[in-house]
Structures are given as structure tokens and as C-alpha cells.
Design a protein around this ligand. Structure first.
Ligand code: ADP
Ligand code: MG
Length: 231
């Protein structure tokens, strides 16, 4: 309880406002999507299909911005608990398996046995894994392997590595990672890593990125095996 209070202390007025606005935007969005679908179904000709494609993809874009935003702006849902990060990672990989296979990407995962639980907010951690894995998939347009490893290091920490075979990140761009709205993608939001860095920071963890242009990128996420008191 004490921990939750401490976390919610970091909640700003702006954050509360943002959460409220995000929810308010979601409702009309749902109505819009429904009526656009009805409209498309009642028009027999296909001549407007490209318009509908644009409308649908722009709506999706608004949705993904709001979803990423909500993670930041919804601290009231935070509930820290003892959980095994392997379980969260396995759930995440299941969640993304369809998208990965569509993109010819395969996951190769290694989970060290007997890795202790961590004290965490599972949904937020899942969001971090989703964001980093999605980026990994997106930088391999021709497909490839994303290697995931989860192990205990230096006694008191766990290390989660996510390695891709993508385009890599030039050295001078590495420091831009996690900056709000930094994106090199035509349809990117530039919010995924910012959210991820913030969540990991709140867990007293660190993210380190190692990359080589044309070879690939590895994200190293370290999280403490702490108890609530040491958190
Ligand atoms: P978005 O994916 O919407 O662009 P992110 O915050 O997730 O926003 O990522 C920001 C930027 O960081 C990306 O646009 C890309 O330039 C770079 N990036 C992130 N992950 C990788 C990766 N695995 N390989 C290469 N570049 C990456
Ligand atoms: Mg992203």
C-alpha cells in the first residue's frame, strides 16, 4: 500500500488530465469506427475502398497513440506484485506470435531456470516487452530471428536481452532513443521507447542498447530482484 502511495505521488495533474482526455477520445472513436464500417458495408461499389483504407489506418494510428499515452497517464491502475518475469515474457511472445509469423520473424527464446521473481507491475512490464519486441519485428522487413534471453546476473538482478537482426542504430542516434516523438518511421509515434524507459526506471531498472549498423540491435533490460522494501 505504501508503495502504491509513493508511486501515485509521482502522478502529476497533467497525467490525470491526460488519462481523462484519452478516455474521452476513445468513446467517440469507437462510434466512428462502427459507423464507418456500416457505411462501407452499405456502399456496393469498391470505388471508395482506398478512402476507407486511409480512414481506417488513420483511426488505428490515433488509437495506438492513445494506447501508448494511457500507459503513461494511468497510474491509478498500478499494482506492484511479486511475479516471474519469464511468465510475463512468455505471455508477451504468445501475444505477438501471429504478427511475427506474418512478418516472417521467428522468436528464439532462452529462459534460465530458477530465476527469482521480481517485484513489478506486470501489465506495465508487458508493455515494455511489447514495445521493444514490436520494434525488433519492424526493423526486419525481410524477416529474421529475434532472440530473447532471460537470466539472473550478479546475484541481485535479472537481465532480459532482446536481440534483432535489423538495420541497427547509428552511434549518434543512440542517445535519441526514448526521447518523446523521436521516430525514424513514416508511421511511427516515437512514444514506445519513451514509455518503456519510464516504466523500467520506475522499477529501478535500466535499459542499455547495443547496436551495429547493418548487423542488429540488442536491448538489455536489467531489473532488480528486490523486495518491496528495497524497491
Ligand atoms: P516508433 O517505433 O513509433 O518509431 P519507438 O519509441 O518505439 O517509436 O522507437 C523510436 C525509434 O528508435 C524508432 O523509430 C527507430 O528509429 C529506433 N529503434 C527502436 N528500436 C529499434 C531497433 N530494434 N532497431 C533499430 N532502430 C530502433
Ligand atoms: Mg515502436
Amino acid at each position: 500500500m505504501e508503495e502504491q502511495l509513493k508511486k501515485s505521488d509521482t502522478l502529476t495533474v497533467v497525467g490525470e488530465l491526460a488519462a481523462g482526455i484519452a478516455h474521452e477520445i476513445r468513446n467517440p472513436m469507437t462510434a466512428l469506427k462502427g459507423f464507418i464500417q456500416l457505411l462501407q458495408n452499405s456502399l456496393n461499389e469498391n470505388q471508395y475502398d482506398t478512402y476507407f483504407d486511409v480512414i481506417t489506418s488513420e483511426l488505428k494510428r490515433i488509437e495506438s497513440i492513445i494506447t501508448e499515452f494511457l500507459v503513461l497517464a494511468k497510474p491509478q491502475a498500478i499494482s506492484y506484485q511479486r511475479k516471474n518475469a519469464s511468465v510475463i515474457m512468455k505471455e508477451t511472445l504468445d501475444l505477438l506470435s501471429a504478427q511475427a509469423s506474418l512478418e516472417n520473424v521467428q522468436f528464439a527464446s532462452y529462459f534460465e531456470e530458477g530465476v527469482p521473481d521480481i517485484y513489478c507491475e506486470p501489465n506495465q512490464l508487458k508493455q515494455v516487452f511489447i514495445n521493444i519486441l514490436k520494434n525488433a519485428i519492424e526493423v526486419m522487413p525481410k524477416g529474421g530471428t529475434v532472440s530473447i534471453a532471460l537470466q539472473r546476473v550478479e546475484g541481485q538482478e535479472i537481465l532480459i536481452s532482446i536481440k534483432d537482426e535489423g538495420i541497427g542504430i547509428p552511434e549518434d542516434k543512440l542517445k535519441k532513443l526514448g526521447e518523446p516523438f523521436y521516430t525514424t518511421k513514416e508511421r511511427g509515434t516515437g512514444l514506445g521507447l519513451m514509455v518503456s524507459y519510464k516504466i523500467v526506471e520506475e522499477h529501478n531498472g535500466t535499459i542499455e542498447v547495443i547496436s551495429e549498423v547493418g548487423v542488429g540491435t540488442t536491448f538489455h533490460i536489467k531489473l532488480p530482484i528486490g523486495s518491496p522494501t528495497s524497491h
